[in-house]
Design a protein around this ligand. Structure first.
Ligand code: PEP
Ligand code: MG
Length: 316
């Protein structure tokens, strides 16, 4: 009789910590998707597709690409990239953020001279407001998602840099006019990265969104009034500043009260491990981090959840 095979070596899965708070990753391209998806991650909380977009555009400004009649080619290329990521994550969600290039970044593309010349592009012609002004641009994103969701319904839409209820309402109307608008299984996320979100969340919820993801990079910049890219002022840029934390808390509280899913996808949780506990205590649904710190974040979240349970048990 042959000896029994040796016990299987413990797999990564055996040592995995289970948490109620989901741990997502931020991704930008399909290259690493399979390797990242093999790790202990619950999905992609922020697909920053801007890099894929500029590649798919062949260095052309979208206006020039459209003028050349190459729309279908662009949509197909983008859809292939997003589909590769969606396939790697199986049924785990992948949240695709609509194009959030700023006017200075668009201006650097071939044909970019059509862009407005702005002194402060970071708070200029970008995000949700831009889609409302240029529905053709937004429809590129919608066509990409519509194509991908036919095969991969785990991909969802996130609208960045929402500043007011009026622009979000108009942007959602554009979505509703598109075939993707009838796809009620697709989650509608918005990014809360302008401080006005703390005020507007209940109204945003009434417009029919599903989730709010805090973009702590832009939010920190705008709460503290410090340019996120300034080397000179970098000592001031601190998401752990109480003013920023208070804004984050308000956004989470109001979103939770409105029945929305909440997340934070800026760099902050990757940089400040203690922020994970703060967010978990506040009741956030998920955090999204760079892949290199996903495992550590899972651990920090697990420790925080256990501490919360112990606190509750002691009080009981
Ligand atoms: C953010 O602002 O925190 C964010 C995640 O978006 P980006 O860094 O791409 O502006
Ligand atoms: Mg941002």
């Amino acid at each position: 009789v042959a000896p029994p095979p040796p016990a299987a070596a413990p797999t990564a899965a055996a040592g995995r910590e289970i948490t109620a708070t989901r741990v997502y990753v931020n991704l930008a391209t399909p290259d690493a998707a399979t390797a990242v998806a093999a790790g202990d991650v619950d999905g992609v909380g922020l697909l920053r597709a801007e890099f894929m977009i500029t590649t798919a555009l062949d260095g052309l400004h979208p206006a020039k690409l459209l003028a050349q009649g190459r729309r279908d080619e662009y949509v197909a290329k983008m859809a292939d990239g997003v589909a590769a990521i969606a396939a790697a994550f199986g049924d785990r969600p992948v949240v695709y953020r609509a194009i959030d290039l700023r006017s200075n970044e668009f201006a650097a593309l071939d044909g970019g001279e059509v862009e407005p010349d702005e002194d402060n592009p970071m708070i200029g012609y970008r995000g949700c407001f831009r889609y409302v002004r240029e529905p053709e641009l937004f429809r590129l994103d919608l066509d990409v998602l519509h194509t991908v969701r036919a095969q991969h319904p785990n991909v969802h839409l996130m609208i960045p840099f929402v500043r007011t209820k009026w622009e979000l309402a108009q942007c959602l109307a554009l979505l509703d006019e598109h075939p993707l608008g009838a796809d009620s299984a697709m989650k509608r996320w918005i990014m809360a990265e302008v401080p006005s979100a703390a005020y507007w969340i209940p109204e945003y919820a009434r417009l029919g969104i599903d989730g709010v993801s805090i973009g702590s990079n832009d939010l920190t910049q705008l709460v503290l009034g410090v340019d996120r890219d300034s080397e000179t002022c970098k000592d001031l840029f601190n998401t752990m500043d109480p003013a920023v934390l208070d804004t984050i808390d308000t956004i989470i509280d109001r979103a939770t009260a409105a029945g929305l899913t909440t997340s934070l996808c800026g760099q902050a949780v990757s940089i400040y491990p203690e922020l994970a506990e703060h967010l978990v205590r506040r009741g956030i649904t998920s955090v999204s981090v760079t892949p290199d710190v996903a495992e550590r974040t899972r651990h920090n979240v697990a420790v925080a959840e256990k501490a919360i349970l112990l606190d509750a048990a002691r009080r009981g």
